[in-house]
Design a protein around this ligand. Sequence first.
Ligand SMILES: [Zn+2]
Ligand SMILES: [Zn+2]
Length: 326
Amino acid sequence: MRVLIFEEGKIREAEAPDPVPGEGAALVRVRMVGVCNTDLELLSGYYGFSGIAGHEVVGEVIRCDARPDLLGKRAVVAINQGCGAGDCPFCASGVPGHCPDRQVLGIVDWSGAFAEYLVAPVDNLHWVPDGLGDLAAVFAEPLAAVLHITEQAPLGPGTSVAVLGDGKLGMLAAWALSRFAPDLTLLGKHEERIALAASLGLSAMASSECLSAAGRGGRKFDVVVEATGSPLGLAQALEIVRPLGIIVMKTTTRHPVSTDLARLVVNEVRLVGSRCGDMGRALGFLAETGMDTRPFIEAVTPFSCHAAAFERAVRPGAGKVILEFP
Ligand SMILES: [Zn+2]
Ligand SMILES: [Zn+2]
């Protein structure tokens, strides 16, 4: 099969043997795979990664010896695979994402989706409803991560929310979370992204404007979702969160964050880290809202044009770049 290998900051296309599914696993043919900021971080050395990345995938089961009934079914993949041991406190309580021995698709010890095929445990597959197209389903993973925020911070009609960052995740978060908390503002730094948010019916403004207003005693928010992708994001979030408010932090960066945390202490702000969410819930959300994912897409590119695709994905303010196997 054709694969993309990340190695020392470069991407190399290669031929690799087709993977063979073990017991309880399926062979999935990749239909589409999204490029995520985590992939770009992996490419530049986060986790000391080398190998096949890619975790935002929609595919189709082409082999599953124990479950031939699954052949041809479209699926997205829950990216965390725990050890499954009965005495593992995380696996036993249904949070394999925090199992110390976990494998994470395209990130930790599990060959990812920048490849023609991948192997996944059947338990990690979530079936895509018939009415939902690949271009929507390929957003299930990042959308699950966004919807997870609603389990970590109380979001409702009475909550004021700022989403800080107008990148791929920030834009998705603003759209999805505004369904829960209509008083939501996207704070961006790219004019065209702020305009895009406004065209989606979201309230949006330049983060610099909001930050300087907050510094002069202006508006602060109950909940700030930090999705800047920058080591400076936390300091900005601390500027605009109200006392006793919540910062939900999405950014992972290989650069250490250096911030004066006195404001966190004095204002008794709650800082919550936030990673993955429930893929089944994300598929349900996509189906129920009929969410049009096209505005969030920068480009859909054939796998063979991966070099151009990644060039586009690293541009500041780029939307979601998707590779497809026609
Ligand atoms: Zn991702
Ligand atoms: Zn475990």
